[in-house]
Design a protein around this ligand. Structure first.
Ligand SMILES: [Cu+2]
Length: 308
């Protein structure tokens, strides 16, 4: 029996090493393919899309690569479990070989997870730093003002609270607010709330950030790279009509955006300026909800101070 156990052990170690090598080869093969192709093939592994900004693409690639790595490890573990279950199933009343420990294996399954976590941590830190990076000279600055239960978007002439608003769009119970932004430019968002904590979220940006009242002015930047219309939402439970707090992001070319802002500065409304650049004047991806506010005496409409 002793002879058998000493012969089996090197074979088991050899198999484990082979499996590790197989996994590494598979990963190498995968890295030869585009991460986006793998994402497309598997429905983005739960994310809504590849994203519409440079920052979103980085987060998307990290998510897809991490999921593939997790699945490779998962299949390895499941394979070992089923192999053990079948190979070492009970065959008789004879007591199986009793082993206490196997040093190479113990080292292998301590070092491997540490390496995996280190690699995941490394790429996460890089992507997080890039997503949070702020530039000294953003091309556009938008102040996002959240209130119960809608949004106001102020186009600013500079950074910070002291800058001036050059054009503003505010939503109402009847009209979804539309945020028009250019692709290919660094856009800085500065967030503030009139009342409670809200959260600015465009699912296709693969990003959301809380909007605080008071002194905390959350700031982030994105560079959008896909023209289109996307629904935006509040992602922080902020009260009765939280779920109704939708807006629409319309991304256009730089030229169209300049025309849009010029039209707004000339006194046109959001809707008129959208028509002027050949776009649908009202939201197409979402519509106002019936809040029935007037019918309910228990929750009258909030008095909202619009315009700063
Ligand atoms: Cu909200």
């Amino acid at each position: 029996m002793g002879a058998r156990s000493s012969a089996t052990r090197p074979r088991a170690v050899g198999r484990a090493a082979g499996l590790g090598l197989g996994g590494a080869t598979l990963l190498t093969l995968l890295s030869g393919c585009s991460i986006a192709d793998w994402g497309d093939a598997f429905g983005h592994f739960g994310w809504p899309s590849r994203g519409i900004s440079l920052q979103a693409h980085e987060m998307y690639d990290l998510w897809i690569a991490s999921t593939i790595a997790a699945l490779v490890v998962g299949f390895g573990v499941w394979g070992l479990i089923f192999w053990c279950v079948i190979r070492y199933r009970k065959r008789g009343d004879e007591l199986p070989v009793q082993t206490r420990f196997n040093m190479p294996m113990e080292i292998l399954y301590t070092v491997t997870p540490v390496l995996i976590v280190a690699v995941l941590f490394y790429y996460t830190a890089i992507v997080q730093t890039n997503v949070d990076r702020l530039s000294k000279n953003p091309d556009q600055v938008v102040e996002v003002v959240a209130f119960k239960w809608n949004w106001q978007f102020n186009y600013r002439d500079g950074m910070g609270e002291k800058a001036n608003t050059v054009a503003s769009t505010v939503g109402s119970s009847d009209v979804i607010p539309i945020l028009v932004l250019p692709v290919g430019e660094k856009i800085r968002f500065e967030e503030t709330s009139r009342d409670v904590i809200h959260s600015f979220w465009v699912p296709e940006m693969l990003f959301k950030r809380d909007v605080f009242p008071g002194n905390v002015r959350n700031v982030f930047e994105v560079t959008l790279d896909k023209e289109g219309r996307y629904v935006g939402r509040c992602a922080e439970l902020c009260g009765t009509y939280h779920a109704f707090m939708n807006f629409e992001l319309v991304t256009v070319s730089s030229g169209e955006f300049d025309q849009y802002i010029a039209a707004r500065k000339a006194g046109q409304s959001t809707q008129q300026a959208l028509v002027a650049i050949g776009k649908e004047p009202y939201a197409t991806e979402t519509s106002p909800f019936n809040t029935r506010r007037q019918a309910n005496t228990w929750n009258q409409p909030e008095t909202v101070a619009v315009g700063k």
